[in-house]
Design a protein. Structure first.
Length: 318
């Protein structure tokens, strides 16, 4: 039985979905497959036996490609290049592997180029970079909040302008460090129960003391959100922190003022009450309650006139 003939290498290359082109040492096309012709929008007859200029590419690009072929032929060693072809249909991003072609005696007679079209990948990369750029601009425009990314272990992975303003740390000083660097030194080591809670529930919020770079403390509201990939694997956390020190101080001052007021009026021997524009009680002291035989919960929120004699209501209203 006669063995089948071996496959024709040129036929295999011709059917290869990747663009394949062979050049002689002078840069003339000696072989092009269908994928290569589709890439540059030419037929084999328009390319074979002709130089790189037959592709219709700009002169500066033709010169660059010719130089690459000449270097491979001279060195007798392969090389890799990233090329953006300026084609009528739009730019084509190619990764090109150039290898020397040798004859039976081993002499270099030309070069073969095998290309991979990575245009879709490059466009996706550019779109991602643009999206990340817009995201970065948005984050850096938010200066009232420290918004940053953490890896699954709690190390800082990104840092916005608000985080630098609030904490005093520049990105280069904090990225890569554990987020516990922002906690008071007397706190338990690596105090991040919020990360575990966010990983379980998706989100966690808390208020507590944090420490700036200069050692001063600030009262923070922190919200942590878990970030997962499409497969559900935890890839990190987004943390948004706001400095509420001034608000907390104001609330504390208000509570202290109200407490001082309460102590003053409770110590009075006279009847003391306070009511709003609608006439509803907002405060009554103990003397008031004892005088009228009512409990505070019976009076607060109700109107004042039930405790006045009916004959006195019009005069009191005036």
């Amino acid at each position: 039985m006669t063995a089948p003939p071996p496959p024709d290498p040129s036929r295999l290359l011709a059917d290869l979905p990747l663009p394949v082109v062979c050049f002689d040492r002078d840069g003339r096309h000696t072989f092009v497959n269908a994928a290569a012709c589709r890439t540059v929008g030419r037929t084999p007859d328009q390319l074979l036996g002709r130089g790189m200029e037959a592709t219709g590419l700009p002169a500066e690009q033709v010169a660059e490609l010719n130089a690459n072929v000449a270097r491979v032929c001279a060195a007798g060693a392969p090389s890799a290049h990233k090329v953006v072809l300026a084609l009528p249909a739009g730019p084509a991003h190619l990764e090109v592997r150039l290898s020397p072609l040798r004859d039976a005696a081993g002499a270099v007679v030309g070069a073969v180029a095998v290309s991979t079209d990575v245009s879709a990948r490059e466009l996706a990369r550019q779109a991602l970079e643009e999206s990340e750029g817009r995201y970065r601009l948005m984050l850096d425009s938010v200066t009232d909040y420290a918004i940053f990314l953490l890896d699954p272990d709690g190390r800082v992975a990104s840092w916005n302008a608000g985080a630098e303003r609030i904490t005093g740390y520049a990105a280069g000083e904090i990225v890569g460090r554990h987020v516990s660097a922002l906690h008071p030194p007397d706190a338990p080591p690596r105090p991040e129960p919020g990360l575990d809670a966010a990983a379980r529930a998706g989100r966690f919020e808390e208020e507590g003391w944090r420490v700036r770079k200069d050692g001063s403390r600030f009262w923070a509201h922190a919200a942590v959100t878990a970030v997962r990939d499409p497969a559900g694997r935890l890839t990190g956390f987004v943390k948004a922190t706001r400095d509420l020190t001034a608000r907390r101080a104001a609330d504390q001052a208000l509570r202290e003022s109200e407490e001082r007021y309460r102590r003053v009026v409770e110590d009075q021997t006279e009847v003391v009450c306070r009511f709003g524009p609608d006439g509803a009680f907002t405060f009554v002291n103990d003397v008031y309650c004892r005088t009228f035989g009512r409990r505070p919960e019976e009076l607060l929120g109700s109107r004042w006139h039930p405790v006045a004699h009916p004959d006195d209501v019009p005069r009191v209203q005036e």
